[in-house]
Design a protein around this ligand. Sequence first.
Ligand code: ATP
Ligand code: MG
Length: 207
Amino acid sequence: MTSTRTQPRRLGIMGGTFDPIHHGHLVAASEVAARYDLDEVIFVPTGRPWQKADQLVTPAEHRYLMTVVATASNPRFTVSRVDIDRAGPTYTVDTLRDLKRQYAESELFFITGADALAKIMSWKDVDEMWDLATFVGVTRPGHVLSNQGLEGVELLEIPAMAISSTDCRERVREGLPVWYLVPDGVVQHIAKHHLYSSEMPETEDPL
Ligand code: ATP
Ligand code: MG
């Protein structure tokens, strides 16, 4: 009898604050998708990122919408609400547990930039994470890429995009353009809702 079983789907997971999403995130996801032959990359905007607990972060619905706008044209890119719908601070291990439950038959690849990877050992329940996904660390200008000898963490050189969300927010605040650093629809969302200008929008802002 011939087996009708197909290969497990290969799912990339691109976690981030996405405040705002920019072309560095999109190139990272696209490059890992191509090199690892991924069927889909799920972008997962964080709820309240625990690493940024002391900083003002734009309301999740804005970050979610900008992520949807930025990924809409790519048939392999999708966006998940798991982290923004979960109460409390976001830990990557919870993201992976939730997505593993949702996509039990799929193989997961967690995509992370060099800076985030460097902090990996401080993450909650770090040992469990290796069982849930393969970690793919990608190069990022200004940061050293290393897996610190960890098995289960693979490294990939990607086209260098010297863009950060912090820099994009500062540029908007200073009246400098963010065209071509972020997708056009994200430029327009920022302008329409006056994000990053003088005051951050209220958390209750219904958009
Ligand atoms: P912030 O400046 O607010 O921290 P950021 O630009 O670092 O924003 P994050 O949302 O914090 O963006 O990053 C999400 C993920 O994308 C992290 O794994 C980060 O390392 C990675 N990443 C962000 N920008 C780049 C880039 N330019 N090249 C490669 N990876 C990136
Ligand atoms: Mg960051």
